[in-house]
Design a protein. Sequence first.
Length: 114
Amino acid sequence: MVSIILLNSAGFAQEQTDTTEVVHLKHFGDTALLKDSSAVTVDAKFTVEANGRISSIDILKNNCKTCDDKEKKEINDVVMNIIRKNPITPRRDSKGNPKKTIYIQPFLFKLEEE
């Protein structure tokens, strides 16, 4: 049995398009964790509509080298549940109107044997 511990830390970088803002979240802080053999990074992309509803969640990458398909799916499901359960306030344009935003966010996990 493996415990999945979320160690996520992310900062913002932004890219503006005509109708949609794309926000890339990057790791910051202790980059030594990224080199730890028990660390797993999962990159997720999700869209927040202007009304605050999450319209899509995609896992872009799961770099777990020691995980089988079932374990990778379990980690991916944790990421998707974190995104679904956290309220996300829509970003606003220069006039203060909410707008559709696409987020690309890394999630950093540490796997520990139980």
